[in-house]
Design a protein around this ligand. Sequence first.
Ligand SMILES: Nc1ncnc2c1ncn2[C@@H]1O[C@H](COP(=O)(O)OP(=O)(O)OP(=O)(O)O)[C@@H](O)[C@H]1O
Length: 259
Amino acid sequence: MSKRIDVADLNVYYGNFLAVEDVNINIDAKTVTAFIGPSGCGKSTFLRTLNRMHEVIPGARVEGKVMLDGDNLYGSGVDPVTVRSQIGMVFQRPNPFPTMSIRDNVLAGIKLNNKRISKSDADGIVESSLQGANLWNEVKDRLDKPGSGLSGGQQQRLCIARTIAVKPEVILMDEPCSALDPISTLAIEDLINELKNDYTVVIVTHNMQQAARVSDKTAFFNIAGTGKPGKLIEYAETATIFSNPSVKATEDYVSGRFG
Ligand SMILES: Nc1ncnc2c1ncn2[C@@H]1O[C@H](COP(=O)(O)OP(=O)(O)OP(=O)(O)O)[C@@H](O)[C@H]1O
């Protein structure tokens, strides 16, 4: 488990609009990387191209390469559904299937991939995934109750368990704590710290403290103005980005002078 991502010369378009321009970035396996930057600079857009999730948006397309341990995700014959099982995604709002039980929510991704599994294998996956998402102790006595009966923070951990269940190499998180209270946020941050033992994690966040707390490296994106493309401005160790960035715009952003 856990692979590196290498992005070369990536442009992302919505129709004719160039939303993100010329990104080159190398993300090591078993690290946490934070994407930060002002609203509209293309963080979510770029994140979605790392598992071809942008392809569900009509007109969205890329130029360039995204390599997972050397294999181009955009190579001919590569199935985007397979890509998304290798590179999972957790969204801003927890999105468990509301009428489905906790157990079936964990197994949903596996069933989507048409995998047939025995009851005992399924039980094992449910337990290990919920353990991996630090949720097992809170839900082990109510696995057959609907996922919607959990708190927001628990629902987000359930979504992480669902992502882990398909045994991905990489987990992408798009502002996973923005709908959560501070206690649930800390629980997710602790979890992210543990997840990097097994997975490569990439997280988009508006919260500078969060980026500083959870990530090894930080990528700062910026935009020159409305209608202009977002660009990767600086990418370095998180401590460097926050204490000694080399670009003035990075310093202005992390010190709260804009954005
Ligand atoms: N589905 C879409 N169709 C057309 N344009 C889009 C779409 N989604 C995003 N955009 C545009 O692409 C640009 C980048 O948006 P994106 O949401 O990736 O930025 P962001 O940095 O994640 O912003 P935020 O921090 O506000 O979430 C913006 O100009 C946005 O309006």
